[in-house]
Design a protein around this ligand. Structure first.
Ligand code: CA
Length: 225
């Protein structure tokens, strides 16, 4: 998933960015609300982690702005210990959940994953379409209980398409899931990866779940639960 991280403490920002990247996310990490607004206007994020205590525009004002711009992705706030007013105001401004600093990365990750699942209407830690099952925690795919070996990029594409089942997903959107920088994005690479993914799926399944919508993108046609 593509995440926006807004944290002014350089060390924590770096730590969040590297841990979340290791978990398979593409992370856009910025130090101010102003920069976050710019990124949010430019890219499609799936979730934002927002520190409330920021220099310049506050985290609360950032959340209000994002919501007024009709950005609907889940927002997880980071607040200082004991500052309960912050939590209440943050949730009232449009945030979905919070983590109190200092926190264990595992807690942040668990809350973030729950928000990502709920945002797509899934409440379990897995998504399935018939015999095909994705384990969202282990980032692992299987068919009829047998592991389906996918590369990290193939898995990310499949997870994204399944999370957005029955919606046309643009190639550009898939690129954003794989590469943090515009320069690295090439629609031909997505075509190659989707082609490979399709061959692996179709060798195991008796249906063809990924449809090409000419000029628009890809569609995961099966209903997922
Ligand atoms: Ca701060």
């Amino acid at each position: 998933m593509k995440l926006l991280v807004v944290e002014d403490e350089a060390l924590l920002r770096h730590h969040l960015s590297s841990r979340l990247s290791e978990q398979g996310h593409v992370v856009d990490a910025v130090a101010s609300a102003e920069e976050a607004l710019y990124r949010a206007a430019e890219y499609n994020h799936d979730l934002a982690v927002v520190d409330l205590g920021l220099p310049g525009m506050s985290g609360l004002d950032l959340i209000r702005q994002l919501r007024s711009l009709d950005k609907r992705f889940p927002i997880l706030i980071l607040t200082a210990r004991g500052n309960w007013q912050d939590k209440v105001e943050g949730l009232a401004a449009g945030a979905d959940d919070y983590v109190v600093k200092p926190f264990q990365f595992e807690e942040l990750e668990a809350r973030l994953n729950a928000l990502l699942r709920r945002a797509c209407g899934f409440t379990q830690a897995s998504i399935s379409a018939g015999a095909l099952v994705l384990d969202l925690n282990r980032k692992h795919a299987s068919v009829d209980g047998q592991p389906l070996p996918l590369t990290a990029f193939e898995y990310r594409i499949l997870e994204y398409l399944m999370r957005h089942q029955q919606q046309v997903v643009a190639k550009e959107r898939l690129s954003e899931q794989l590469y943090p920088d515009d320069e690295d994005r090439d629609p031909n690479v997505i075509e190659v990866l989707v082609g490979r993914l399709r061959r692996k799926l179709e060798a195991q399944l008796d249906y063809k779940p990924i449809e090409t919508v000419r000029g628009q993108g890809y569609l995961f046609t099966e209903r997922c639960r």
